[in-house]
Design a protein around this ligand. Structure first.
Ligand code: BGC
Length: 788
C-alpha cells in the first residue's frame, strides 16, 4: 500500500516541490480550498494541464435519471450530482505571444505550498518560454472563511533577464469540458453542459455571469473584479460571451519589474431567489471583499485559523509524518464544514466530484464527533440541515410503509439518491447516526435551545422509524430485520449489532428527551404509550452472540458463513467490490469496514472488556478496510483492547489516506471522514476519550514511538487541555473563570478539574492484552514503529 512520498514532511505545510503530471489530480484534491460553502480544486492557475478541473458550491446540483434495468417499487427515480460550476480560477498568461504552459519551454522550478495556518495556497514558478524568455510567477489564492461568498487570487509576474510583453487573461468560464470518468461506481457521473446562460454583464475590470440548471432549477451567479498594479503603461479590457467572461491586462515589463493583479471573485446561488436578487448578492459580496482588499482578506483568514488552531490543534511528538497528516486532516475537516451553514457536508467536502458530492453517515459519524468538540456551531448547522429535510424523510418513510422519518443513505438536497438499495435504503442506521450526533452535540455543549428547536423532533421521528421497522418476536425480543449495517460486504441481514445498538440508544434518547420537553412532545403527537413502546423495544433489543466461539455476531448467523479465501486473493483484487460479485461477498465472512468494531466504540457500554478483546481479534482478521472509514475506528478499538502499536498503525493509515493516496482515488476528492477520523483515532483512540451518558472520560496510553500527545476539547463552554506522556497526563482548563469546574473520569477514577491549577495524574499499568489480532493476508497496515 505504500507509495513514494509526494509531499515532504513539515508540521504546518503541505509542499509540492516538483510537478508530476501523474500526481496532478491527487494534488488538486490535496490542495483544494474550501470554506464549506464554496470549494475550488487545486488546479493550476492557467487551467492546463489538469487532472480534473473543479469548482463547487454546496448544494448546487443537477438532477439526472437513475437508470434501472429492472426497477422495483420505491426505487429512487432521480439522482443528484454536484455541478462543476463557473470557474473563477482561470488566469492565463501569454509571454511575448507564447502561452505560459508548463508542458512547453522549461519549467526551472515549481513549488506549491498549502499553508495550514494561513489558509492559502501559494505557487512559485520559474519558467522559460520556448523562445527563451524567463519569467517568475507567484500566485496565492484563498477561499475566505470570514466572507463566505468570496474567493481571492493574487497573481504576480516578473520578467527575469530581458524585457517581456505580457498579456494576462483572467476569466470566468461556465460549462468547462471535463475528462471522461472511469467505471468505478464511486466516481461521479459527468454532466454535459449543465448550465444555461441567463445573464452577462461586462465592465472594464470585471463583470458577472448568471446561469441556471435545467432540471433542478437552481440559479447561480459568479462575479469578478481586478485590481491591477503595473509599472508604466498598461491596458485593461473585458469582453464576454454567455458562457465566459475575460478581463485582459496587457503590459510591458523591464527585467526585475512586476505585474501584480488581485482578482476578487464572488458566488451566489439559490433555488428561490430571482435573478436580480442573486446578481445583487454577488455584487454586494464583491463590494465587501474590495473593502478589505487582498491584505485584509489574508489577515482575516489567518486570524480565523489562529483561533481555530488555538482550541483544535493536536500535537503528536515522535511521528512527524502523522503530525503533519493530522493537521492536514483537521484543516480539511474545517474546510468541509466551517461555513456550510445549514447545508450538508459531502463525503469529499467540496474538494472533488467523488460520490457525486453526496453526504452520507460520514458527516454525522466521523466529521461531527471532531467538529462538535472543536467548532460546535458547525456541527449544529449540519444537524439543522438534516432537520430542514425532515419532510422529505417522512415522505420516504411513508413510501416504504414505515412511520417516522427514513433519512436518505446518500443525498445532496434530502431525497434518497442511492440506486442500489442493499447498500442504500437498507442502510437504515443513518437515522440512528443522526440521533447519536444530536445526543453528542447536546451533551457536549449543553445547548438545550437546540434540543428544543431541532434535536427533539429528530430523535422522535427516528425513534418512530425504529419502532415500525423492528418487531417483537413471540418471546418479546425486539429484532430489526432486513437491514445493512456499516459493513457493505454483508447486506440485508437480520439483527445487525451496530444497527440494533444504535437504534436502542436512539429509542432511549427519544424517550428521555420527550420527558424533558413534555409540551413540545405532545405537539409532535407523542403520548405516554408511544414513548413507553420505545423503551420496551429498546430494553429488549436482540444481540446475536456465538457461544461456541465466544464472540458476538455482526449480524444473526454471520459467524457460520463460509470464510473468505484471503490467501488466494491477490493484492490487485482490492477493493473487492470492483473485482468480485456482491452475491459472493454477501455470503462469506469478509468485512469491508468496521461494523461490530464500530459498535464496540460507540456503544462501549454494551460489551465487557473481555468481549471487546475477543471480538476485536475475530473481526480484525476478517476486515479488509476497503472503505476509508475503517482504519480510524480500528485504531480506537485496538487502543482500547491494549494493542497500542496496532492502534498507531491504523491511525497512520487514516491520517495519511490522501497524502499517500492509500486508496488510489484521492483524485476524486479527499476522504473527509478518514481525515476527521484521524482526530477520532488520536483523541478517542490514544486519548481514550468517551462521552457517553453525559460523562466525559479519558483513558490515555501511548504507543512506543509517540512520546507526547496534546489536544484540547470544548466542553460546555470550557476549554479542556489534555497533555499525555508515557506515564502521566495533565488536565487543565483554559477558560471559564475561577468557579469553573469539570468532572471527568481518568482511567475510571473521578477527577475534578478547575482553573486553579492543572491536575497531573499517573497512567495506571496496562491490563493484560487480549488475543493478538491478525489482519487478512496482505492487508496489514504499514507498521509505524518500524516503517515497514
Ligand atoms: C462506505 C460507506 C461510506 C461511503 C462514502 C462507502 O464505500 O462503505 O460507509 O459512507 O463510502 O464515504
Amino acid at each position: 500500500m505504500i507509495r513514494e512520498r509526494a509531499y515532504p514532511v513539515d508540521p504546518w505545510h503541505i509542499r509540492e516541490t516538483r510537478l508530476d503530471l501523474d500526481l496532478m489530480a491527487q494534488s488538486e484534491s490535496v490542495f483544494a480550498l474550501s470554506n464549506g460553502h464554496i470549494g475550488i480544486r487545486g488546479n493550476l492557475d492557467e487551467g492546463e494541464p489538469h487532472g480534473l478541473p473543479g469548482t463547487y458550491l454546496n448544494s448546487f446540483y443537477e438532477l439526472r435519471p437513475l437508470p434501472y434495468a429492472e426497477a422495483g417499487y420505491g426505487f429512487p427515480e432521480s439522482g443528484q450530482t454536484m455541478v462543476n460550476v463557473t470557474n473563477a480560477k482561470l488566469m492565463r498568461l501569454l509571454v511575448d505571444d507564447e502561452p505560459f504552459d508548463v508542458r512547453y519551454g522549461e519549467l526551472r522550478s515549481h513549488e506549491r505550498t498549502l499553508d495550514l495556518r494561513a489558509g492559502t495556497l501559494e505557487r512559485i514558478v520559474e519558467w522559460i518560454s520556448p523562445s527563451g524568455q524567463a519569467i517568475r510567477v507567484r500566485t496565492v489564492r484563498l477561499v475566505s472563511f470570514t466572507q463566505r461568498a468570496v474567493v481571492a487570487f493574487l497573481y504576480e509576474v516578473e520578467a527575469v533577464d530581458s524585457p517581456a510583453r505580457l498579456i494576462l487573461q483572467s476569466e470566468l468560464v461556465a460549462n468547462e469540458q471535463l475528462p471522461p470518468t472511469s467505471k468505478d461506481p464511486r466516481v461521479a457521473a459527468v454532466l454535459d453542459h449543465p448550465l444555461q446562460a441567463e445573464e452577462l454583464l461586462e465592465q472594464r475590470t470585471g463583470g458577472l455571469l448568471v446561469h441556471r440548471t435545467k432540471a433542478s432549477d437552481l440559479r447561480m451567479a459568479a462575479a469578478m473584479e481586478h485590481l491591477v498594479e503595473a509599472p508604466g503603461k498598461h491596458a485593461v479590457t473585458t469582453e464576454g460571451h454567455p458562457d465566459w467572461l475575460r478581463t485582459t491586462v496587457a503590459c510591458k515589463l523591464e527585467p526585475g519589474q512586476k505585474l501584480r493583479v488581485v482578482k476578487l471573485a464572488a458566488y451566489g446561488w439559490s433555488s428561490n431567489r430571482s435573478l436580480p436578487a442573486v446578481r445583487d448578492q454577488v455584487g454586494a459580496a464583491l463590494a465587501s471583499a474590495r473593502l478589505d482588499g487582498w491584505e485584509g482578506l489574508v489577515e482575516a483568514q489567518r486570524d480565523y485559523l489562529d483561533a481555530f488552531w488555538d482550541h483544535s490543534d493536536v500535537k503528536v511528538e515522535g511521528d512527524p509524518e502523522v503530525q503533519q497528516a493530522v493537521r492536514f486532516g483537521l484543516f480539511h475537516m474545517l474546510q468541509s464544514g466551517a461555513r456550510a451553514e445549514q447545508r450538508p457536508i459531502g463525503s469529499k467536502g467540496l474538494t472533488g466530484p467523488g460520490y457525486d458530492g453526496h453526504t452520507f453517515w460520514d458527516a454525522e459519524t466521523f466529521v461531527l464527533p471532531a467538529l462538535t468538540y472543536t467548532q460546535p456551531s458547525a456541527a449544529a448547522d449540519v444537524l439543522r440541515w438534516r432537520h430542514s429535510t425532515l419532510d422529505l424523510a417522512r415522505e420516504r418513510a411513508q413510501t416504504l410503509g414505515l412511520q417516522g422519518a427514513a433519512f436518505p443513505w446518500r443525498t445532496i438536497r434530502g431525497q434518497e439518491c442511492s440506486a442500489y438499495w442493499p447498500a442504500g435504503t437498507a442502510g437504515f442506521h443513518i437515522g440512528a447516526d443522526i440521533a447519536d450526533a444530536v445526543r453528542r452535540y447536546v451533551s457536549a455543549t449543553g445547548d438545550f435551545d437546540f434540543e428544543r428547536e431541532v434535536g427533539l423532533e429528530l430523535l422522535v421521528e427516528t425513534a418512530r422509524l425504529w419502532r415500525s421497522l423492528g418487531h417483537h418476536d413471540r418471546h418479546g425480543r425486539f429484532h430489526i430485520d432486513g437491514v445493512t449495517g456499516p459493513d457493505e460486504y454483508t447486506a440485508v441481514v437480520n439483527d445487525n449489532i451496530y444497527t440494533n445498538l444504535m437504534a436502542q440508544q436512539n429509542l432511549f434518547a427519544a424517550a428521555d428527551a420527550v420527558k424533558r420537553h413534555p409540551d413540545l412532545a405532545r405537539r409532535l403527537g407523542v403520548d405516554g404509550e408511544e414513548s413507553a413502546s420505545w423503551r420496551d423495544a429498546a430494553a429488549s433489543v436482540h444481540i446475536p452472540y456465538d457461544r461456541e466461539l465466544g464472540v458476538h455476531q455482526q449480524s444473526e448467523g454471520f459467524t457460520r458463513l463460509q470464510e473468505w479465501d484471503f490467501e488466494n486473493t491477490p493484492p490487485e483484487a482490492y477493493p473487492l467490490l470492483l473485482n468480485y460479485p456482491y452475491f459472493d461477498l454477501y455470503r462469506k465472512q469478509v468485512v469491508k469496514q468496521a461494523d461490530l468494531v464500530m459498535a464496540m466504540y460507540v456503544r462501549g457500554d454494551a460489551f465487557t472488556p473481555e468481549e471487546k478483546a475477543r471480538n476485536f481479534a475475530y473481526y480484525d482478521s476478517r476486515t479488509v478496510r476497503d472503505s476509508s472509514l475503517s482504519a480510524c475506528i480500528q485504531a480506537v478499538m485496538a487502543a482500547e483492547v491494549g494493542h497500542l502499536e496496532l492502534a498507531h498503525d491504523y491511525l497512520g493509515e487514516a491520517a495519511l489516506m490522501d497524502l499517500h493516496d492509500l486508496h488510489q482515488n484521492a483524485r476524486d476528492g479527499v476522504h473527509v471522514a478518514s481525515l476527521a477520523g484521524s482526530w477520532i483515532a488520536l483523541v478517542a483512540g490514544l486519548g481514550g476519550m468517551r462521552d457517553s451518558g453525559g460523562q466525559l472520560s479519558f483513558a490515555p496510553r501511548l504507543p512506543s514511538r509517540i512520546n507526547a500527545l496534546e489536544f484540547s476539547l470544548l466542553w460546555r463552554g470550557l476549554r479542556l487541555r489534555v497533555e499525555v506522556t508515557a506515564d502521566e497526563v495533565t488536565y487543565s482548563l483554559r477558560n471559564g473563570g475561577g468557579s469553573a469546574r469539570l468532572d471527568l473520569l481518568h482511567h475510571g477514577k473521578e477527577v475534578t478539574i478547575t482553573q486553579v491549577k492543572p491536575v497531573v495524574l499517573a497512567i495506571p499499568p496496562a491490563p493484560p492484552t487480549g488475543p493478538q489480532p491478525n489482519q487478512p493476508f496482505g492487508r496489514a497496515p504499514v507498521r509505524r514503529a518500524t516503517g515497514s
